[in-house]
Design a protein around this ligand. Sequence first.
Ligand code: UDP
Length: 324
Amino acid sequence: MNILITGGAGFVGSHLSEELLKRGHLVHIIDDLSTGSIKNVEHLKSHPRFRYAIASIFDSGVLAELVDWAEAVYHLAAAVGVRLIVEDPVRTIETNVHGTETVLKLASKKKRRVILTSTSEVYGKASSRKAFREDQDIIFGNTSKARWSYACSKAIDEFLALAYWKQKGVPTTIVRLFNTVGPRQTGQYGMVIPNLVSQALKGKPMTVFGTGRQTRCFAMVTEVVTAMADLLECKDAYGLVANIGSNEEVSILELARRIKTLTKSKSKIVLVPYDEAYESGFEDMAHRVPDLGRIRGLIGYRHKTTLNEIIRSVIDYQRSFLPR
Ligand code: UDP
């Protein structure tokens, strides 16, 4: 198939490109390199079935041509990372809402298959310890807190993608990705594992925000993109939202301790209040665990990589850049 990936030079997009090329597809990416990097796809540039355009999805001429060429579109171009969102909410909202709107409008002309990446942020403030199910109700914080603009903008994207399926028959699927990690992810936008690994390898204080008792489940990017590729021809997934992630839950403090052990670092683990780490009044999610029943039913998904293996892959990746 001819496949377009928006945001294809990003961390997830570059791994997805590899996976789709492995399956014999023709892959064209479009990326404005705002949070992505050409280095992420350097090794693919010479691949005979890989093409790239360094352009914004707001460059409607370029995007229209690419969507017209594609039989399927993976829409990954979005503002990501809690820090970026808090610092630049205008960009977050505009990129996420207008970008998705444009992609869906273009894809609807020939009813192209669209797989939209969303996020577990969409689950908002859910306070229960239960695993998050796609059909549960959602509560967001108030609009003075920038963090929620990300969740809200992605929720609008989801509504729109589902509306295109219901009203216009565009075969859309939404994947809600839970904390995805692996080689090529940068700590620059605040993601915890690359951040803590980098601090540990440099002997700097390892910053754990809040009490460190908040929990997350970290998924290996290669498994996440395999699931995304499996969904491409899964007709049962049309018009559905599906969680993708791992359900191995860990507190951030325990995560920092493991990273310290695995890197054999002498760094100190320090607790940093949220107000200092992000902004005054910042609200974090206490727990975030995906219910994986739906994705398992659709494609037989099971997440197999352990957290220690994931951490090691990030350590190895970062070590490859350190001066010897
Ligand atoms: N976090 C941390 N230290 C860091 C970066 C993040 O303790 O250097 C915390 C963050 O407050 C959150 C968790 O780690 O509770 C995961 O953060 P991340 O930004 O990776 O993803 P999120 O789950 O917030 O989308």
